[in-house]
Design a protein around this ligand. Structure first.
Ligand code: ZN
Length: 410
């Protein structure tokens, strides 16, 4: 009866999601710290990188590409490639970024330009992504079409708003392994970090492209931990779409782990068979201790999980865009024993508004797919989760504090 709230949900969800664009806060640029200088990478990614992102420029039948788009988009893609690479390195995954098909000198990205069947007005922001995708797929299945470089595709469309200083009108979001971004005449890397109107406009659409690309590369939303925000700025898959190129923006370690298994970051061929789903851990203990949450689990055998991630998501945990505020953690995962452990210190979590929160496991498979397992709670009544009820995992204490003493049990 007093069990006011312990709603425990464990379920497997697919990783495809639609993340509506939310790129209208040019004001965020006012918060700008010193601009980060981007340099183009000296060379293409490793020759051993077998997959590359498909970069498509999709031009409505009644339009032409905006002038100099191949140079402009190339430079922007190379700078995003460099940003992702430097963040992978900072997170301990050196020499890794997403692959791009490039010219021999490495300065131009090979962009696949597709002339669409319909007019610009027939590809509105809402509801036309499916139309665009089916035309793109039809193009790639044509006899003379270039070979698709991977399952991941960025589709850039020229703005149809008719106002060069207020672009828009076309899809701008992630959809599974595809993502949409837009082009406008002054979308040019030369404006990066500038405080004038074109600089602010650039931040909005460049950060937006970097963020939507993240969705197309398997990333959900997340927020930095409290200490990350102080040290590193804004998480790209949080509100980093408003800051990238203008003020410090970063990719969290959890998300670098997702990218580590993403097809276009691979240095070896994809596994021949799809990884199995994991419905739930074989055993799990989620314990609420004075210092935070301590999670130990064991995965069932027969899985192909490479990384175990934990998200601490507050308030609207199950809505499409309710995960911007979810701090993410990488569990310690021993593949030999299939045991994972993660500590979520209370002082690393931003405050929620409603008291409702969700702890979410995201199991990253070796083929880039994932399983998601959700546990829902309320601050007013938190109860440890022990599955099965007599699991020995409940006896494992978190790593000792500096004084050599683990947190006391409540
Ligand atoms: Zn998003």
């Amino acid at each position: 009866m007093l069990r006011k709230f312990l709603f425990l949900a464990a379920g497997l969800l697919g990783c495809a999601f639609v993340a509506p664009a939310s790129v209208n806060a040019a004001d965020a640029a006012k918060l700008a710290a010193p601009a980060k200088k981007f340099t183009l990478p000296p060379s293409a990614p490793s020759k051993n990188q077998p997959y590359a992102l498909n970069v498509v420029y999709f031009v409505p039948a009644d339009m032409e590409p905006f002038p100099d788009y191949e140079r402009r988009i190339s430079e922007i893609m190379l700078s995003l490639q460099e940003f992702y690479g430097s963040e992978m390195e900072r997170n301990g995954f050196p020499n890794r970024t997403f692959g791009l098909s490039k010219s021999k000198d490495g300065k131009r990205v090979n962009i696949i330009t597709i002339k669409a069947k319909l007019s610009g007005a027939e590809y509105p922001y809402s509801g036309s992504a499916g139309k665009v995708l089916s035309e793109v797929n039809e193009f790639f299945s044509g006899k003379k079409a270039p070979k698709k470089l991977s399952d991941h595709t960025l589709i850039i469309m020229p703005s149809t708003s008719g106002n060069d200083l207020d672009p828009g009108g076309v899809p701008f979001y992630g959809l599974g392994r595809n993502c949409f971004a837009l082009d406008y005449p002054e979308f040019d890397l030369k404006h990066i970090g500038k405080k004038d109107q074109l600089g602010r406009l650039f931040t909005k659409w460049y950060g937006g492209m970097g963020h939507e690309l993240g969705h197309g590369l398997n990333l959900p939303h997340n927020s930095g931990k409290v200490s990350d925000d102080k040290k590193l700025g804004t998480a790209l898959m949080g509100w980093g779409n408003y800051t990238l190129g203008t003020s410090p923006t970063f990719i969290t370690r959890a998300h670098a782990s997702i990218l580590d298994q993403c097809q276009v970051f691979r240095t070896t061929e994809m596994p021949k068979t799809p990884a199995p789903n994991v419905d739930k851990p074989k055993e799990i203990a989620i314990r609420f201790l004075p210092e935070g949450v301590w999670i130990c689990g064991i995965l069932p055998e027969k899985n192909r999980v490479e990384h175990v991630l934990v998200y601490y998501d507050k308030d609207e945990c199950n809505s499409v865009n309710g995960d911007y505020d979810a701090e993410s953690f990488v569990a310690k995962f021993d593949k030999r024993t299939q045991m994972f452990k993660a500590a979520i210190p209370t002082n690393e979590i931003h405050r929620g508004k409603t008291g409702v929160f969700q702890i979410r496991l995201r199991l990253i498979n070796d083929d880039g797919t994932c399983s998601i397992i959700r546990y829902n709670f309320d601050e007013s009544y938190k109860q440890d989760v022990l599955e099965p009820a007599d699991t020995k995992l409940a006896d494992i204490e978190p790593p000792s504090s500096k004084k050599g003493k683990g947190p006391a049990k409540k």
